[in-house]
Ligand binder design. Structure first.
Ligand SMILES: [Zn+2]
Ligand SMILES: [Zn+2]
Length: 173
């Protein structure tokens, strides 16, 4: 599988590196990281001071030419009625997005003794793997340790691992 990463806005080098390495590790993907693109015009909702996630997915699909394409942005994203999303993907599609905006917020409550930078990197890896998992047809998984578990807050993100559980792994084979 080939995954194209499309940075949108100012994405840190460490984020691009972690995302690429996670995709290689979990999906054995080849990864291409494109040059950064500007935030899609019209994606900003001034009443919410947030950006519509769908438009970032559309951009990833326009720019990328991988089997799967993922936009990565520091902008705060929302989708329909959800106050915010860490990421979004359409099941079985070829486009997805993650936002790092809220992945930096708050620590993990001290449940590990990892540094804030390491915790942030782990979250980026898990969210990228999660959204690309949706594009591979995986739905949310009840296993709290599985990367496909639904994680509405960083707390759940921190609890899960970056791996697919056995059942999810079988579902993409
Ligand atoms: Zn999900
Ligand atoms: Zn699973």
């Amino acid at each position: 599988m080939h995954v194209d990463i499309v940075p949108v806005g100012e994405v840190d080098a460490v984020v691009k590196r972690e995302a690429s390495s996670a995709l290689r590790a979990i999906y054995e993907s080849q990864v291409t990281v494109h040059d950064a693109r500007p935030v899609p015009a019209g994606s900003y909702d001034s009443s919410r001071d947030q950006y519509r996630a769908e438009e970032f997915i559309d951009l990833a699909k326009r720019v990328g030419d991988g089997e799967k394409n993922i936009a990565i942005t520091p902008k705060d994203l929302f989708y329909h009625r959800r106050n915010y999303v860490f990421g979004l993907a359409y099941l079985g599609g070829n486009g997805s997005v993650i936002s790092t905006y809220r992945l930096r917020t708050s620590s993990d409550g001290g449940f590990s003794n990892r540094s804030a930078d390491d915790i942030f990197s782990d979250r980026v890896r898990k969210e990228v793997i999660h959204e690309v998992g949706h594009t591979l047809g995986l739905e949310h998984c009840d296993n709290k340790r599985c990367v496909m578990n639904f994680s509405p807050t960083v707390r759940e993100v921190d609890v899960k691992e970056e791996n697919l559980c056995g059942s999810c792994q079988r579902d993409i084979l």
